[in-house]
Ligand binder design. Structure first.
Ligand SMILES: Cc1cc2nc3c(=O)[nH]c(=O)nc-3n(C[C@H](O)[C@H](O)[C@H](O)COP(=O)(O)OP(=O)(O)OC[C@H]3O[C@@H](n4cnc5c(N)ncnc54)[C@H](O)[C@@H]3O)c2cc1C
Length: 793
């Protein structure tokens, strides 16, 4: 529940002894227009909430008309203060500028006094805002829809504050925009040192380590000032006054730490409890916790000295300091390189924090359903749908024509044009999970000049989506066999790029990942071998033998998808580096330039007569292929480890595309049935059709939910723990797609099995997915094994 601003006064109205109240009244009478010249009564009460500048409510009753007026007085604390803290004159300056020139909600300020003879310290007087303050950021007791509105308003208020053009409202010199974090780390480090140590609260050595860590990880945008602007410095929900009834903010309070600087710090600080996947997030959250720890140490120290404005409550600051230091380290360590468990999404956190009774009262799924895409995803989805409608469906026939001609193994120029268009529209590399993108950026210290295509590197590293978010988009690409590669989201490139993003060295990323991300080259994944049952990858026989600074590769692979493509330049080859090692440690993966002597593309394989030109599935032989040692991925014997990381997301991408293929089938089936007459009636009017189409929809929606759930679990639990549900999706999605496409083919009659329309090709592709990336039986084995284990618990 919210507290009224007036409820936050200390219970007993205090008689102020450390300043001259009469002097304050005299000052107000002279400097505030409309302040009563004679008073029949006045009271001064102190606000109990907040630990910093003492703040008072001054209520005065005019003796002439008995009207009551309320003002807020905010002053510096008395006593010796830490350097640059408690600058109420700066608070006044920023409040005045915002109040006079912007719509940012702030209390109106009346006067600033820097004359110590009045009440002993600087102070200013502002209007009193009667409204609601939410002291607990989890908003207990507030209905979910209200909570949503309040959080939304909080975010909007921060956005309005961050949008202020400081130069035009007289705040141009309010601070420096660059190197904010750098200066802040030094400032709060000094204050921590000053507040702790001998004769003071105990100094925590982990805080010193934290200072060192922060110094080493200052983000580049901080140095450049790219994210610079007005910073509140303490933007929390309990520093906002909400309207007494309406869910809107009427005032942002407590501007003590405001300045110009890196606005990301405000963002991170305001959602410290909500991990959020952007670059440098680790730094910003750790920085917020560090700064909080330093402030608490100061509060605790002042409490020991007897001049903390928060009174006895300041004692808890002692515990708070160390909790914050520990939390910072927990956060830093949890996210080293890539998290075992990727960051949780905010809606899951909200769910997790709901009390059972709240969940029950809502009957999960909450707020319109569990799988409701965010606005960002909806926007991308709409863009994709338009792109498919305007650019892909209309050229499908044209692309097929070339792929069935004698020029089948060349690229249609339209395809490359569409790739450029997709890049421009921000529909590029959407498959890249945000955590992998962060690693790539860190490893490569990417700048725009690393890319030749002229597209910003941010775009080349995707849109910062989770696997679940990508699920809503990938299925749309799956509606056409041509679409995925136009968005640079085709197999096996996505899986291969994911391998490089997760496991590649800096050099490997430079050499292969960047051209792949740009869409300049394509790739293949060579694991399956004709002579052994390759669904069990321990059977593979291809050898990778170390010779000095090289590895020599010998073996035959088949079904190496993409290897026929003239743009294919690199293969990830799985082979054995040590035939005598433990069963799952014999295999390694290595990068092979397709033009290396000894790599022979033997022939394209056909899938029910489709050769999938110009992409193709090739038989490839490797005869004494010599590659440099640096091409090994992750290290010898770690092939299985990589395969597990690669296959989870890759498998799900297939499932997502299958949902899209089935949707296309549904749409074509209904359209055909609504146009074609058989025996005097439209097909759609035949009872058997209605029953069949409904059953298809049921199957499709079940499979979609399973796929989305698997993506959600992959995001939350990681590859290993999500393997059961991924296996389920991998079994269910092809089965469903085959059923729906088969029905669509049936409705189309002979046209359905022809190559004149896309259904036969979509069906053939779906059929391969009961085998490719592991046959059904292998996945059923995984599901059954987990089920048996569960039963034993
Ligand atoms: C279109 C297409 C594209 C492909 N792309 C690639 C690629 O890019 N790179 C690559 O390396 N490979 C690729 N493959 C190969 C694919 O991954 C393999 O075909 C698959 O792993 C199965 O291996 P296999 O063909 O050797 O079948 P085998 O291992 O010989 O299995 C044959 C059958 O045995 C049965 N079986 C297997 N295991 C079990 C079990 N545990 N219990 C009961 N029955 C079982 C299943 O019915 C299975 O279908 C592709 C395949 C296709 C069709």
């Amino acid at each position: 529940m919210a507290s009224r601003t007036s409820d936050l006064l200390n219970f007993e109205q205090q008689v102020i002894t450390d300043f001259d109240v009469n002097s304050l009244i005299r000052y107000a009478q002279i400097n505030i227009h409309g302040f009563p010249s004679s008073l029949s009564k006045f009271t001064i009460s102190k606000f109990g909430h907040g630990q910093s500048n003492p703040t008072f409510l001054m209520e005065v009753i005019s003796s002439s008309d008995s009207s009551k007026q309320r003002y807020v007085v905010r002053k510096k604390p008395s006593g010796k203060l830490l350097q640059s803290a408690h600058a109420v004159d700066r608070e006044f300056q920023v409040l005045k500028a915002l109040g006079d020139h912007t719509n940012v909600p702030v209390p109106k300020v009346f006067c600033l006094c820097t004359d110590p003879s009045v009440i002993g310290t600087d102070f200013y007087i502002m209007e009193f805002l009667e409204g609601r303050i939410f002291l607990d950021p989890s908003l207990p007791g507030v209905a979910p829809n209200k909570r949503r509105a309040i959080y939304l308003q909080t975010a909007k208020t921060l956005a309005s504050l961050h949008s202020v053009g400081v130069d035009s409202i007289g705040l141009i010199k309010y601070g420096r925009r660059d190197n904010y974090c750098k200066r802040q780390v030094e400032r709060w480090a000094k204050q921590y040192i000053a507040s702790t140590g001998e004769g003071k609260p105990e100094r925590n050595p982990k805080m010193l380590d934290l200072i060192g860590w922060l110094r080493q990880h200052i983000p580049s945008e901080d140095t450049s000032g790219a994210t610079g602007g007005l910073v509140h410095g303490d933007f929390r929900i309990d520093n906002l006054v909400f309207h007494p009834i309406e869910d809107r903010v009427i005032g942002i309070l407590d501007w003590e730490l405001s300045t110009l600087g890196n606005q990301m710090c405000d963002v991170a600080y305001s959602c410290m409890a909500k991990p959020w996947p952007v670059e440098n997030w680790k730094f910003y959250v750790a920085f917020s916790l560090f700064r909080g720890a330093s402030i608490y140490a100061g509060v605790h120290h002042r409490w020991i000295q007897g001049n903390a404005s928060g009174g006895e409550r300041a004692q808890i600051a002692k515990i708070g300091t160390n909790v914050m230091i520990d939390s910072a380290w927990l956060f830093i360590n949890r996210q080293t390189v890539l998290p075992d468990q990727p960051p949780r999404l905010s809606n899951s956190i909200v769910r997790d924090h709901m009390k059972p009774v709240e969940k029950e009262s809502l009957g999960l799924p909450i707020e319109g359903g569990r799988f409701v895409p965010s606005q960002k995803v909806l926007d991308l989805r709409n863009k994709l749908l338009m792109f498919m409608k305007n650019n892909i469906y209309p050229v499908e026939n044209e692309l097929y024509k070339l792929a069935q001609s004698s020029m089948r193994w060349t690229i249609h120029p339209e395809e490359e044009k569409l790739k450029e268009l997709a890049k421009k529209e921000g529909l590029w590399n959407l498959f890249i999970p945000f955590d992998s993108a962060i690693r790539a950026k860190e490893l490569l210290s990417l700048g725009n000049d690393h890319f030749s295509s002229g597209v910003s590197n941010n775009l080349l590293l995707g849109a910062g989506l989770s696997n679940l978010e990508y699920g809503y988009l990938c299925e749309i690409m799956g509606r056409s066999v041509w679409a995925p590669q136009i968005f640079n989201c085709g197999a096996p490139d996505t899986g291969n790029m994911e391998v490089l993003l997760r496991y590649g060295t800096k050099e490997q990323l430079q050499e292969w990942l960047i051209p792949l991300l740009e869409g300049r080259i394509r790739s293949g994944f060579a694991m399956t071998e004709p002579q052994v049952a390759s669904s069990d990858a321990t059977n593979i026989e291809c050898s990778i033998t170390r010779q000095g600074d090289s590895y020599i590769i010998n073996g035959t692979k088949w079904w190496t998808s993409g290897a026929m493509d003239p743009r294919c330049k690199v293969l990830i080859v799985m082979g054995k580096t040590d035939f005598s090692a433990a069963k799952h440690k014999q295999q390694s993966m290595i990068l092979v330039d397709i033009n290396t002597p000894g790599v022979h593309i033997k022939r394209p394989l056909l899938v029910f007569g489709f050769d999938d030109a110009p992409h193709g599935h090739a038989e490839v032989s490797f005869e004494n292929v010599r590659v440099p040692v640096k091409n090994i991925l992750l290290g010898e014997g770690r092939g299985f480890e990589i395969a597990q990381g690669r296959l989870g997301p890759g498998r799900l991408h297939h499932c997502m595309r299958l949902i899209g293929a089935a949707e296309r089938g549904m749409q074509m089936m209904v359209q055909r049935a609504s146009e074609r007459r058989v025996f005097g009636k439209l097909i759609a009017q035949q009872g058997s059709f209605l029953s069949d189409v409904a059953k298809c929809r049921v199957e499709l929606e079940m499979a979609r939910l399973l796929v989305l759930e698997a993506a959600d679990q992959l995001d939350h639990l990681g590859n290993k723990k999500a393997r059961g549900i991924i296996a389920m999706a991998k079994v269910a999605a092809p089965k469903m797609a085959l059923q729906v496409l088969d029905m669509a083919i049936q409705v189309h009659g002979a046209a359905g099995v022809s190559s004149d329309i896309v259904l036969a090709h979509l069906w053939a592709t779906a059929r391969t997915l009961r085998i490719a990336d592991g046959p059904d039986e292998v996945h059923l084995g995984t599901i059954a094994k987990l089920e048996m284990q569960r039963a034993k618990l």
